[in-house]
Ligand binder design. Structure first.
Ligand code: GDP
Length: 138
């Protein structure tokens, strides 16, 4: 079991001014920030990040959305990080997310769902490496 996961605060949330409240909930839940940046993805970068979804019908919408505004990317540390962070953010569709979860509180739809959380230790490492060099992690 790894103790790290990767997250993004997505463009819907950064645009609405929810970045601070979401980070507050993440840190109060016991996650330590090991790397963080405020950045904006190009369409090409968003497509590469979500390459696994390239054949899905929503891929075009996902790429447009994820490149539509700034994001916050971060590597987080906690025991059982991947699973605990998925619990903290809630279901992909906010309508099905548990009360109090980040997606329930801040997301509007299944597409524009406020935050990303890695779904496995392997993907957490791949996604962290997509954004951060060794010099950018503390
Ligand atoms: P996650 O692991 O909970 O983020 O969910 P998935 O890996 O299944 O999907 C990745 C991301 O694609 C989601 O977080 C959404 O932003 C987006 N997405 C998933 N399903 C849909 C959909 O039906 N429509 C649209 N527009 N976007 C979707």
């Amino acid at each position: 079991m790894s103790n790290r996961t990767f997250t993004m605060i997505k463009p819907d949330a950064t645009k609405k001014g929810d970045t601070g409240a979401i980070l507050d909930q993440i840190i109060k839940a016991g996650f330590a920030v090991k790397a963080m940046k405020w950045t904006k993805l190009t369409q090409e970068q968003a497509g590469l990040f979500y390459d696994i979804h390239r054949e899905r019908p929503f891929f075009g919408e996902l790429v447009d959305f994820m490149s539509s505004g700034p994001i916050v990317a971060a590597i987080l540390e906690k025991d059982n990080a991947v699973e605990d962070f998925r619990t903290l953010i809630g279901a992909t569709n906010p309508a099905q997310a548990a009360e109090g979860t980040i997606r329930k509180r801040f997301a509007a739809s299944i597409g524009e769902n406020a935050v990303h959380g890695s779904d496995s230790d392997e993907n957490a490492a791949i996604e962290g490496n997509f954004f951060f060099s060794a010099l950018e992690r503390f």
